[in-house]
Design a protein around this ligand. Structure first.
Ligand code: SAH
Ligand code: CA
Length: 236
């Protein structure tokens, strides 16, 4: 008798039901109350879609714990979901250098919740373009190789510039996580079927993904959580 093998290849990216299942079964029941509050408070913001996906956030919390992160960098704060999960994961005397060109969403939505959670003393929020701040950090030699973890979630055109600087700022063994590395799935779409507004980001992301894949300084894992996150561990 001939057996037809049915290919079971439905992955997270192809099934909303499966994604919902993961969120409801494994993510939401474990999401700390302040993060839940911040996620809900952000939901009504017109740009709520920019906030870090809670399932990606759960993995970041795991990574922060695995490297015993104490000193971290965050590029792109918005209302502060990823910032708060980082602040909750690091010890009392941990520090986050958090950078955003616009601190208003953080001040209005994130800060009151973060203060109530009792972790605002771990955050040094700098309102600026990120690149000059990273350059300034590098001017002080004691910062070299001193950070345990970095999360990059801002202007995509500069990701490689951030990566070059993070390869000096992170410890060997430290981790950088890059967000939106699937760019709405457009990285695998023909350019003709890509909406106009997504084209520049698609191009930057395709280039970044190739560069990261070829970078021997890091071990990588490209995970299809949220809009895609690429986890890089500095090897030397
Ligand atoms: N990590 C956040 C989402 C960040 S959204 C969360 O979990 O909610 C991207 C943020 O990057 C926006 O708040 C935007 O103001 C900021 N941004 C854009 N360009 C930037 C730049 N050049 N330097 C620093 N921040 C920038
Ligand atoms: Ca993002």
């Amino acid at each position: 008798m001939e057996h037809k093998t049915k290919r079971v290849s439905k992955g997270l990216l192809q099934s909303d039901e499966l994604h919902q299942y993961i969120l409801e079964t494994s993510v939401y029941p474990r999401e700390p109350a302040p993060l839940k509050e911040l996620r809900n408070a952000t939901a009504s913001h017109p740009r709520a879609g920019m906030a870090t996906a809670p399932d990606a956030g759960q993995l970041m919390t795991m990574l922060l714990g695995l490297v015993d992160a104490k000193k971290t960098i965050e590029v792109g704060v918005f209302t502060g979901y990823s910032l708060l999960l980082t602040a909750l994961a690091i010890p009392e005397d941990g520090k986050i250098v958090a950078i955003d060109v616009d601190r208003e969403p953080y001040d209005q939505i994130g800060f009151p919740i973060i203060k109530k959670a009792g972790v605002e003393h771990k955050i040094d929020l700098i309102e600026s373009e990120a690149l000059p701040v990273l350059n300034k950090l590098l001017e002080q030699h004691e910062n070299e190789g001193s950070f345990d973890f970095a999360f990059v979630d801002a202007d995509k055109v500069n990701y490689w510039n951030y990566h070059e600087r993070l390869m000096k700022l992170l410890k060997v063994g430290g981790i950088a996580v890059y967000d939106n590395t699937l760019w709405g799935g457009s990285v695998a779409m023909p350019i003709e079927s890509t909406p106009e507004y997504m084209k520049p980001g698609r191009q930057y992301t395709i280039e970044l993904n190739k560069l990261l894949a070829a970078d021997s300084r890091v071990q990588i894992s490209h995970a299809s959580l949220g809009d895609g996150i690429t986890i890089c561990k500095r090897l030397y």
